[in-house]
Ligand binder design. Structure first.
Ligand code: ADP
Ligand code: MG
Length: 656
């Protein structure tokens, strides 16, 4: 499903470029055009167009939530409905007395935001993700639909405003305003149109500005790789909740305008059709830019009113066909493809000129200032002691980690063991990616067991996963920027440090390249760089050298040794040459338990250790073909790992 969503919506947005003044300029131009047109056409036509502007605002709410935040919500139309009804209740009851209904708009926005915040809280803090978010938001809409439909009785009213059930809520006041002590004015139809257009354009500019702020960059980042974002120390759930709440406020605002436009609200606004229609607008226009919302509404609505004139019956079919064509032929939506055409025809230089932090002056990068402590004593104090107490993790009947009690000394330690020994799971328990079934994890004597991964990251635990986890579709520079911003939370500082890191990691030439296009080894190296740049005092590295060339491996060994002088570094490795180079104390895991501990020399002479490696091969059923991936290997074993185990067995064997 996630693949499908990714396909229909392209790879999602990159952090937006440009500046506020240019955005405002563009919006002013669009508004001027709307003003000329709106005053030129019949008042009635302008009023018709207002609805398009209102729906573009609704579409913008999804652009923010889905396009930027990666939350696939089918509930935007429902929040729009909540906003519309709220406006109705408030305006019907109070406008006669106050002579204005702008307060009602404000209340509708607040109620929409609170509604979205509550719904979002249950979803995101309940760890609901992906397609389940779509299901829950849709289910919420349908519950509202059923509820409002059943409120036709006289008892269902707030003050003078009836719910009205399936008959709907009539006589909702239009937008009126009044200065204190002055007279009450109702917006004319043309004024209402221009009000909606101005509001839509301002919201679009605001979303663009927001997307360039760290808040927006983090929202884009978490959509690309939630796991990595958490491991860098960002509070993913809070970010999602914030995005969803702002989106809710925008949708409710559109709903209030809709109620004032039609002077009527009825339950079908909570039904399946509007829920899906919002997605279609955004899909057709393209979710990766705010203009997609306007284009999507214009194209889809234009098409359906054109069709509605001829034969309204065929409309759903034709719309369906357009949707399928768009998904198949223009997967990023119309706007993304138009801009692709434009960049293709223009020179490509301007493209990268405004990218994240490119203009920052690179500072000479060394290990973090705080990591590069002046004296060994200070360094020793900084390095922190991570330990486990009888920690156990069961997956069903299998104990992947079985009552392991370990204290990792300061400096570098290695963790080895055959495939499926539980090494990655143990690191997951330390980083917080997995919660133990029993036992505890401690950092400097403090119990970490229940702490969220992002809080552990903020507490100084940096994690490099077995399968390199970077932001594949963001550039190398953007990847580093996100890592550098995580702790100091300072934009300029992050720009400079990211530029410095690029030099230091020797990834300058690849800076503006998507991280997904890097070679396997370079990707690992980038991820290590990201982890190091968060200034960790405990570093967890799961198979850092998999896929690296000999030279890259050597460079990594140097880095790990250097890190070990300032932090506690735990390295899981299969490459025995690498482990030998590190010259660090080694713990051997086997079948989830601690098997043995010692130095490289001690362990490579230990027959029992060699046996478990060889035993792993024999039990895999391919003693003769030692390089082929074995049929019986554990399901999670990647091919790099399978090869690694053999290297390990081989090296240990050779040493014996
Ligand atoms: P290693 O990294 O030492 O190769 P792992 O920690 O990845 O080993 O896996 C240890 C055991 O736990 C394996 O048998 C593996 O199949 C199992 N395992 C790991 N993760 C999961 C999971 N998420 N669900 C079920 N079983 C798992
Ligand atoms: Mg592993």
């Amino acid at each position: 499903m996630r693949d499908l969503l990714a396909r229909v919506a392209g790879s999602g947005p990159k952090p937006a470029q440009g500046n506020v003044r240019r955005d405002l300029g563009g919006a002013a131009l669009a508004f001027a055009a709307a003003a000329v047109l709106g005053n030129w056409v019949e008042e009635f036509t302008a009023f018709e167009w207002s609805l398009w502007a209102v729906q573009a605002i609704l579409a913008l709410s999804l652009t923010l939530v889905w396009g930027y935040g990666g939350i696939f919500s089918l509930g935007q139309a429902a929040i729009y409905g909540v906003g519309g009804y709220t406006y109705g209740f408030w305006a019907i009851n109070l406008t006669d007395n106050t002579g204005e209904s702008l307060t009602a708009v404000l209340v509708a926005v607040l109620v929409g935001a609170v509604f979205a915040a509550l719904l979002g809280y249950f979803m995101f803090y309940g760890n609901v993700t992906d397609v389940y978010v779509a299901i829950i938001t849709l289910a919420t809409s349908l519950v509202l639909f059923a509820f409002v439909n059943s409120t036709s009785g006289r008892a269902y009213r707030i003050g003078d405003a009836p719910f009205g059930g399936y008959n709907g809520m009539p006589r909702i006041p239009r937008i009126t305003w009044r200065l204190p002590g002055g007279e009450s004015h109702e917006l004319t139809r043309t004024q209402f149109f221009l009000f909606c257009v101005a509001a839509g354009l301002l919201i679009a500019v605001a979303i663009r500005v927001l997307s360039r702020r760290p808040f927006g960059r983090i929202a884009v980042a978490l959509q690309h790789n939630e796991l990595r974002t958490g491991l860098l120390g960002y509070d993913v759930r809070w970010h999602k909740l914030a995005v969803f709440t702002i989106g809710g406020a925008i949708a409710a605002f559109a709903g209030a305008l809709f109620a004032a436009w039609g002077r009527f609200m009825s339950p079908p606004v909570f039904s399946l059709t509007p829920a899906a229609l919002v997605v279609i607008w955004v899909l057709v226009g393209g979710r990766s830019s705010v203009s997609g919302a306007f284009v999507g509404v214009l194209v889809v609505k234009g098409f359906s009113s054109w069709l509605g004139g001829a034969s309204g019956d065929n409309e759903p079919i034709v719309l369906g066909v357009i949707l399928v064509l768009i998904v198949l032929l223009l997967p990023g939506g119309i706007v993304a493809n138009l801009s692709r055409l434009r960049t293709w025809t223009q020179s490509r230089i301007s493209l990268s000129a405004t990218r994240l932090g490119t203009d920052a002056e690179a500072v000479d990068y060394q290990l973090e200032p705080s990591l590069a402590s002046p004296t060994p004593e200070v360094a020793q104090q900084r390095a922190r002691l991570i330990a486990t107490a009888a920690v156990t993790k069961r997956f069903g009947g299998l104990a992947a980690v079985d009552a392991v009690t370990l204290e990792f000394p300061r400096g570098v330690s290695c963790l080895i063991g055959p495939n499926g020994a539980g090494k990655s799971t143990l690191l997951d328990l330390l980083s917080g990616r997995q919660r133990p079934t029993a036992g505890a994890v401690m950092l400097d004597g403090q119990d970490l067991t229940k702490r969220e991964p992002f809080l552990r990251a903020r507490g100084g635990v940096g994690t490099k996963l077995q399968v390199a986890s970077v932001y594949e579709s963001l550039t190398v520079r953007e990847n580093l920027w996100l890592a550098c911003y995580a702790m100091p939370r300072d934009i300029e500082e992050a720009d400079r440090r990211a530029a410095g890191l690029l030099e230091w990691l020797d990834l300058r030439d690849e800076a503006e390249q998507a991280a997904g296009t890097l070679s396997h080894g370079k990707k690992q190296w980038l991820e290590i760089g990201m982890v190091v740049s968060t200034d960790p005092s405990v570093v967890l590295l799961d198979e850092p050298t998999a896929g690296m060339t000999r030279e890259e491996t050597e460079r990594t060994a140097n880095l790990v040794r250097e890190l070990g002088e300032k932090a506690s570094v735990i390295v899981v490795e299969h490459d025995m040459d690498f482990v030998r180079q590190l010259d660090a104390p080694i713990t051997v895991l086997h079948m989830g338990s601690m098997f043995s501990q010692g130095t490289f020399e001690e362990l490579s002479g230990d027959d029992r250790v060699i046996d478990i490696y060889l035993g792993a091969h024999h039990s895999n059923g391919s003693p003769s073909d030692s390089r082929g991936p074995a049929p019986g290997r554990p399901p999670n074993a990647g091919s790099a790992e399978a090869d690694g185990a053999i290297t390990a067995g081989g090296s240990a064997d050779a040493d014996a």
